[in-house]
Design a protein. Structure first.
Length: 81
């Protein structure tokens, strides 16, 4: 989930925090805890579903920055060197 959502209310009523291990999924019940696996890097992370999404074609789940980082999936921002 994009940093621009930091501090906004999620579908579960929680306030989104990029530093928490959370995710958005279109159909899993809110509050469900799941294990996400990065098969390429052999890393796992437990996250709690607290929002709906993703709204990007081809994605199955949206991860918070903390979860993406733990899985080795965090994208570099264009303004970083």
């Amino acid at each position: 989930m994009a940093p621009r959502f930091q501090g906004q209310e999620t579908a579960s009523g929680e306030i989104f925090d990029t530093k928490k291990m959370t995710a958005a999924h279109p159909s899993l019940p809110l509050g469900t805890k799941v294990e996400v696996i990065n098969l390429e890097k052999h890393k796992k992370a437990g996250v709690k579903i607290n929002d709906r999404g993703p709204f990007v074609k081809g994605r199955v789940i949206d991860l918070s920055r903390a979860a993406a980082k733990k899985l080795g999936m965090e994208k570099k921002r264009h303004d970083q060197g």
